[in-house]
Write a protein that binds this ligand. Sequence first.
Ligand code: ZN
Length: 251
Amino acid sequence: MRIIFALVVLAFAYIKYTISTTKETNPYAGEVQRVALTPEQEVQMGLQAVNQMAAQHGGLHPDQVAQDFVDKVGAKLVTHTNSILEPGAKPIGYPFEFHVLRDEEAVNAFALPGGLVFITAALLKKFQSEDQLAGVLGHEVGHVLAKHSNQQMAKGGLFAGVGQAVAVLVGGDGGMGGHTTGSMANKVLSSKFARDDETESDTIGAELMKQAGYDARQLIEVMKILQESSGGGGGPDFLSTHPFRRAGSIT
Ligand SMILES: [Zn+2]
C-alpha cells in the first residue's frame, strides 16, 4: 500500500513538472533541458534580486577604475557568445552586466539569471592577470547562457515530489523521520546536477576565453588562488560552489 501511494505521489510530481515547464535545447550548451521561465522572465527575476544580492556583499564598489576594467573584460567575453551557438540556434541576447562588490572578505563570484554577474573586491584583488579575471567571468557567463538557475527552478518541483515519495516509502506516515529522509534525497539529487552545471560552465567559459584571445590555461592559476583562499575557512565561497573541476584538463 505504501509503495502504491509513493508511486502516486511520484506520478503527480512528474505530471506537474511536465505541465509547468518547457523542454528545449539550450542554444549555447546544446543540452536538452526543462526550464521554468522565458529569457524575459529570467531578466526580470535577476533585476528583482540584484539589490538584495549586492547588499549581502556591502553593495557596489565605489572604485570606478576597477569597475571599468571588469566591464571591459566582461564585454570582451560576451562579444563572442554567438560563436558558441549550437548549429541553427538563435541567440538569446541576454543583457549582460558585470558588477564589482565592495566585499573585501568573501572571495566570491556569482551570476543571477538573465545576465547579471558579480565579483567581490576580495576575489578581484587576488588576480595576477586579466586572463584570470576572464576565467571567472567566463564561468559565470556560462551559468547564465546554460540557464542553470532556470533549470534548477524547474527541477525544484520535481525534486520535492521525489523527496515526498521517498519519505512515504521510508518514513511511515509523514513523521519527522520521513521528512528528513525526503529532504536528504532532494539534496543529493540537487547537488549531483549542480556538479554537472559547474563542468558545463567551465566548458563554456573556457571556449569564450579562447574566442576572446585569453589564455584558458590561466584557469589553473585561478583554481590555486581559490584553493588558497578557502584554506582560511570563513564560510561558503567561490570554491565550494565553483570547484572548476575540469580546469586541470583545459589546454
Ligand atoms: Zn559555477
